[in-house]
Design a protein around this ligand. Structure first.
Ligand SMILES: [Zn+2]
Ligand SMILES: [Zn+2]
Length: 516
């Protein structure tokens, strides 16, 4: 059975109604580990619904958390905002309503593309609407119990007058510089590093927030959460997961949600992606460079407790090929290979939306990598594909949308993470190059041959090959001549395929010009 089915069945044994939660603190670019959390939850959610469960999928943005420091991606002027809630700090680009929204809005938008549409909650709104008020009171009334749990499990010593509540200073607006000292319902006395001392009435909303270790379990009860995966950094002994479970049961009298610890996503050559450290590839970039079904496939085919290596270089192309192969197996066009476990379920869970009834049109992904560099827009790419017979004349709407979406992802990848050796540019004029006599010979004969040549990859490849053989010129030199006159570089995509996508008369003109 697929891991998501196993998890869904375990949940259904307890009850039919479930709230699956996941979330993020939008303190910087969303890290790729969060993609795993979201998609893991989405998989369990889908399996629950499929099995008749009454499930809800929620996504909580901890935008009421304070800014912890001036991260490397921020200007030094952000020093003044350290300690303030992320929802109350201006956005770095000036186009969003807050710092939190700067990182959140477009990310949430791209989730839709991968078929994830959770109900979004913002902690800042929940606090300001007073939804946390009761939980705050319960926490303050159980200060000793919470202190004992935290000290016993996490081994850290809390200050003598510690309270499980961070007041937002009425003068400077910071959460992390205040020191609450005394609680006597409904007032909390505090002092702040800015010099202010005062007291707040906890019956009024948005005056402060629960510390993270208390906030998390409080929210489980408030929202009725029954399942929430967490990264292994939270699942250590004495970590937030363990103290949260205990606080949930002993303070909030709420059974803690199902535990699922997921492993990190490692970036090839970079090690583990940790939530609090900067990442070389952000979640949004991962979404933009990987076709949606392929990104889902990467998560679905791996057990949550196994780490995933994401390769933003050539490995991405291999990953897409693997997905396409799986699709062929699913539709019975290819035989199942050894080790292809649960391929049916994996394929179905990889679909952002509906499961196709017939196999989508296949075009090797690497071809798009070449075509996206020959043509600048999808209509131009499509024109080449139609002209060269790589697409049927009657292209189905679904297939076109699918290919267009893939072409967009290829374009983003080429502009960002693609290694240099797959990149090229067809020069609009003959580049300034010096050809060797051997190369001139190749091009001269090629020029003579082109008019009668069938303009297809294999025929073109063979023609160049034959010239080299006939004239006893190393084949590499022959191909280099072709790349030189068109790209102004020594290497390029497979020559036969590459040339076949260019117009014959364009190639003829260029070769003629080169040997004039
Ligand atoms: Zn912004
Ligand atoms: Zn202050």
């Amino acid at each position: 059975m697929h891991w998501a089915d196993v998890l869904a069945e375990e949940l259904l044994k307890k009850q039919t109604k479930h709230v699956l939660a996941t979330g993020i603190t939008p303190s910087g670019p969303i890290h790729i580990g969060n993609m795993r959390e979201i998609l893991t939850t989405d998989a369990v959610y889908r399996c629950l619904v499929e099995k008749g469960g009454d499930a809800e999928f929620i996504y909580i943005c901890d935008d009421y958390d304070p800014l912890r420091k001036v991260y490397p991606h921020l200007p030094s002027s952000y020093e003044q905002f350290v300690g303030k809630p992320l929802s109350e700090i201006p956005c770095p680009c000036g186009k969003h309503t807050s710092y939190a929204d700067h990182y959140l809005v477009s990310f949430l938008g791209s989730l839709h593309e991968i078929g994830v549409n959770p109900q979004v909650y913002r902690a800042s709104e929940m606090y300001k609407k007073g939804e946390y008020n009761e939980s705050i009171q319960i926490a303050l009334e159980n200060t000793d119990k919470i202190r004992t749990i935290l000290e016993t499990l996490s081994g850290r010593q809390m200050p003598k007058d510690w309270l499980p509540y961070n007041v937002k200073c009425e003068t400077c607006g910071r959460l992390s510089t205040t020191h609450p000292s005394l609680y006597e319902y409904p007032m909390v006395e505090y002092s702040c590093d800015c010099g202010h001392t005062g007291e707040v009435d906890i019956r009024k909303s948005g005056q402060g927030k629960l510390p993270w270790r208390v906030d998390w379990p409080a929210r489980w009860r408030m929202l009725g959460v029954t399942f929430e995966p967490c990264g292994k950094d939270h699942a250590t002994v004495g970590g937030t997961r363990e103290t949260g479970a205990k606080i949930s049961e002993e303070v909030y009298r709420y059974p803690h949600p199902g535990l699922l610890v997921y492993e990190f996503i490692m970036l090839k050559g970079q090690g583990a992606m940790h939530s609090s450290k900067g990442t070389a590839v952000s979640g949004e970039e991962m979404l933009k460079m990987t076709p949606p079904e392929v990104l889902r496939f990467l998560i679905m085919r791996n057990q949550p407790n196994r780490h995933i290596v994401f390769d933003s270089g050539l490995g991405l192309l291999t990953l897409v090929d693997e997905y396409d192969k799986e699709e062929e197996v699913y539709f019975g066009k290819e035989a199942e290979t050894k080790g292809m476990k649960e391929f049916k379920k994996i394929y179905e869970l990889s679909q952002p939306y509906h499961i196709p009834k017939t196999m989508p049109l296949h075009l090797p992904y690497r071809h798009l990598v070449t075509l996206d560099q020959i043509a600048k827009t999808w209509p131009e790419v499509k024109e080449i594909l139609l002209r060269t017979g790589q697409l049927p004349k009657k292209l189905k709407k679904d297939d076109e949308e699918h290919l267009m979406q893939r072409a967009e992802h290829v374009r983003f990848w080429l502009a960002t993470f693609a290694p240099d050796d797959v990149k090229f540019e067809v020069k609009i004029a003959l580049p300034k190059i010096i050809l060797t006599p051997e190369q001139e010979t190749v091009l001269y004969i090629l020029k003579e041959k082109i008019p009668d040549l069938t303009w297809e990859p294999e025929a073109i490849h063979n023609a160049i090959y034959e010239i080299a053989e006939e004239k006893k010129i190393p084949i590499k030199i022959a191909f280099t001549a072709v790349y030189q006159v068109l790209l102004g570089q020594e290497k390029g995509p497979r020559a036969g395929f590459f040339l076949s996508n260019l117009e014959k008369k364009f190639v003829l003109r260029r070769v003629t010009e080169a040997v004039k």
